[in-house]
Design a binder for this molecule. Structure first.
Ligand SMILES: [Mg+2]
Length: 226
């Protein structure tokens, strides 16, 4: 009998990190002038990419200001523990994000977790501007900057049936990941989306909930342990 192996993909903003850092950053450094872009994005009028480009164009920011701002943010409780447990257990673990690498890297380093593999859009600060770059090809997806569904498909490849794909998220930028996941952990807007679209999802409070679930299910095989 083929053993099914767990593989974990987690969103970053508002999921692995407690707060939506990208949103806080754009809002703080634009004094809220970004919010009409966010409203349009939530209503599906503009793509994530256009939303972020619009928001980033409003910022005037130095590297020092950015890093000082980032120092207030924390990982969600249990996030580091879940990663370390996955590492010890040989469970592949990836962060898939439609945010920016500049703050993901900073926060991961702060927690000595810079070894975690992540996929995100790129950002740099030059001449006091926040400059975005979108290095990933998203295939048919016109919504995302760095599409989580496409990243999962690339990593898992044609071996989907040997993996139990666990996805953890909190928001509308996670939607493309859902069709690829065997187990969905959701909170916030993602949970609401799952409930209103009849998609089975487990609600979580923090990552210790997921760690406990994983410890209980790690030994079991089969695609849908419930
Ligand atoms: Mg999020």
């Amino acid at each position: 009998m083929q053993t099914i192996r767990n593989i974990i993909f987690t969103d970053f903003d508002g999921t692995f990190s407690e707060k939506d850092i990208g949103h806080k950053l754009y809002t703080h450094f634009s004094n809220g002038a970004n919010l009409p872009f966010v409203e349009k994005w939530k209503n599906g009028i503009i793509s994530t990419r256009d939303c972020m480009l619009g928001e980033a164009s409003l910022l005037k920011i130095t590297k020092e200001e950015l890093y000082r701002f980032l120092d207030q943010f924390k990982l969600r409780a249990g996030a580091a523990e879940l990663y370390r447990y996955a590492k010890l257990s040989g469970i592949p673990f990836y962060i898939v994000s439609d945010g920016s690498d500049i703050y993901i890297e900073y926060i991961l380093k702060k927690y000595n977790l810079e070894e975690i593999r992540y996929f995100a859009n790129r950002a740099k600060i030059a001449d006091n501007r926040y400059i975005l770059d979108f290095p990933y090809d998203n295939g048919d997806c016109t919504r995302c900057g760095c599409c989580k569904g496409v990243r999962i498909r690339e990593i898992v490849g044609d071996k989907k049936n040997i993996w139990r794909i666990i996805f953890i998220g909190d928001g509308l930028s996670d939607i493309c990941a859902l069709p690829h996941a065997d187990i969905i952990f959701a909170r916030g807007d993602l949970l609401k989306y799952c409930l209103s679209n009849n998609i089975k999802a487990c609600e979580y409070g923090d990552f210790f909930d997921i760690l406990n679930w994983l410890k209980n299910h790690e030994k079991s095989s089969g695609k849908h342990p419930g």
